[in-house]
Design a protein around this ligand. Structure first.
Ligand code: HEM
Length: 502
């Protein structure tokens, strides 16, 4: 858009000034009043109508609804003993970021205050390429085998026949994939619906390697972002009311706060584990359904993330943004977590489909320095396409310099070979500890209330299995759910069950 104070001259898309943007060209007959014939030569009408149905790109298959903003990350603590990633190499160093905070299951127009995980994605535009942290506001996830990801999400979305979210299929999925019980406890606990997006944690969730390729050392890390404004949440009742009254409650809140100059700020922390310790640690550190208790691995501060600029245009800056856990920089590497590896494939794959194969050239995704001449052509190429530079490797006509080595991927620890979806009692230990915390904080009643408010809509066979699953965490939870469902039974909703199949 022009910044001139003169009003802009309205033109066709190819620049031809037009006399009237509000009328089509009509061929009128001499005899009859009114009516007429449209003309194929009316380029204005044709381009106006033809562009409109092409205004949409596919929404994200998950995490479609979001707020987003630009900002900066500032290093506040020295972690150069852990990683040589240049983004962290100096206290006071600032890096531009783009962040997107989303709900998962709902469509692009769905309500912000749904009980759901919040996606927490940040792209750091570093001198060594883009570094993306694509995590969630809860520290653990529902599954640990990537092949279940589409099933998990379908069970949280709309029933294929009724086109309505369906509690029976939601709980049926989880009853039969109980590695998610830890995440379910967090989702139905007090933190399942945040008061605002400024009040959520951000987690990297997976275990990553932060290291120094030059000397071959690395540490395993878990990444945490804690909001300066503190964690604040909505009750089930508030969230249901707001879902009707203000479906865009969170998106508006974040936009308005940034406009007012009340910038959302998070502190970044790391939990740091030596690879030797990983070999004997009691939890499989590559299992995304488990946390590392803070008493074992305390939080080490790293820096401050501030979101200080709303997008000038949401579609251009946020809808077309493409985050991916595969965007890592020298000094940061993936761990041996198969979920992470699958995600490293899936996000760029989704972006090629959703935005197009040259999505990395858009300003919201473009790295500060890129020389990638073996990716050429494709639709909408706009960056010069590397001119006449060789498009094949090892050309003698134009030499290239190469970058540093990756953080080695050669350390295999713990129970990697036993890494499957099989659920054992170990999967109930951390949920059991969480139940104790809920009881200590007085969050236990709220958990049962929130959970039964959802589970009451499932068919009774499914409810029984869910009760059994939570009884594996603690007999008391099973009993409390059973009791509460009985109380709610007379109010049972007429929600369409997912049971029937021909
Ligand atoms: C979005 C796949 C697990 C966090 C997406 C998208 C896909 C996807 C295809 C849409 C991307 C796009 O259209 O740009 C997967 C697969 C997973 C997985 C295959 C498991 C194997 C996870 C986990 C987390 C997560 C474990 C966090 C702990 C996110 C976030 C977004 C997202 C935050 C939204 C990114 C944005 O704002 O653009 N995921 N996902 N996902 N996923 Fe996952």
């Amino acid at each position: 858009m022009s910044n001139s104070t003169e009003p802009p001259v309205y033109t066709l898309a190819e620049g031809r000034p037009v006399q009237d943007p509000t009328t089509q060209v009509v061929l009128r007959g001499p005899k009859v009043r009114g009516g007429g014939l449209a003309l194929l030569e009316d380029t204005q009408l044709i381009e106006t109508l033809a562009h409109f149905p092409r205004e949409r790109i596919p929404e994200r298959v998950v995490h479609a609804k979001a707020a987003g903003a630009w900002g900066e990350f500032e290093v506040t603590h020295d972690i150069t003993d852990i990683t040589s990633a240049k983004l962290f190499n100096e206290v006071g160093k600032k890096t531009k970021v783009l962040a997107r905070i989303s709900t998962v299951a709902g469509e692009k127009g769905s309500s912000d205050t749904a009980r759901d995980i919040r996606g927490w994605a940040v792209k750091f535009f570093t001198e060594e390429g883009n570094y993306d942290i694509v995590g969630n506001d809860l520290p653990v996830f529902f599954i640990r085998d990537p092949i279940k990801f589409p099933s998990l999400n379908r069970s949280h979305k709309r029933h294929p026949q009724t086109n309505v979210p369906d509690a029976s299929m939601f709980w049926d999925f989880h009853n039969n994939n109980q590695e998610g019980v830890h995440c379910l406890m967090q989702l139905f606990g007090g933190r399942g619906v945040p008061a605002s997006l400024r009040n959520v944690n951000g987690f990297g969730n997976h275990t990553f390697k932060y290291g120094k390729p030059e000397d071959g050392t690395f540490k395993y890390v878990k990444i945490h972002f804690k909001p300066e404004a503190g964690i604040k949440n909505l009750t089930d009742e508030e969230s249901v009311r707001l879902a009707g009254e203000e479906p865009d409650y969170h998106v508006k809140d974040m936009y308005n706060a940034i406009e007012r100059g009340e910038y959302p700020v998070w502190t970044m922390y790391l939990q740091v584990m030596d690879p030797k310790e990983a070999e004997t640690y009691r939890w499989n550190i590559f299992d995304i359904t488990k946390t590392w208790p803070h008493k074992d691995y305390p939080l080490i501060p790293v820096g401050k993330l501030t979101l200080n600029k709303n997008p000038d245009n949401f579609f251009q800056d946020i809808e077309q943004a493409a985050f991916s856990p595969s965007n890592l920089v020298p000094g940061i590497g993936p761990s041996a977590d198969i979920m992470l590896h699958a995600r490293m494939f899936s996000y760029p794959d989704a972006a090629r489909y959703r935005v197009g194969p040259n999505y990395q050239q858009l300003p919201c995704n473009r790295a500060l320095h890129v020389y990638s001449p073996y990716q050429r052509d494709g639709p909408m190429r706009i960056d010069g396409n590397y001119g006449g530079d060789p498009d094949y490797v090892r050309s003698s006509f134009r030499k290239i310099q190469t970058g540093p080595a990756d953080v080695a991927h050669d350390e295999w620890v713990g129970k990697v070979s036993a890494y499957t979806s099989d659920v054992t009692d170990e999967d109930f230990e951390q949920p059991r500890d969480l139940w104790k915390i809920f009881k200590k904080n007085g969050e236990d009643k709220e958990f049962i209330h929130n959970l039964c408010g959802h589970l009451k809509n499932a068919v009774s066979e499914v409810q029984k299995e869910t009760i059994k699953m939570f009884a594996r965490v603690d007999e008391e939870i099973g009993k409390l759910i059973e009791q509460r469902l009985k109380e709610l039974d007379h109010k049972k909703s007429d929600h369409m069950p997912s049971k029937k199949s021909k």
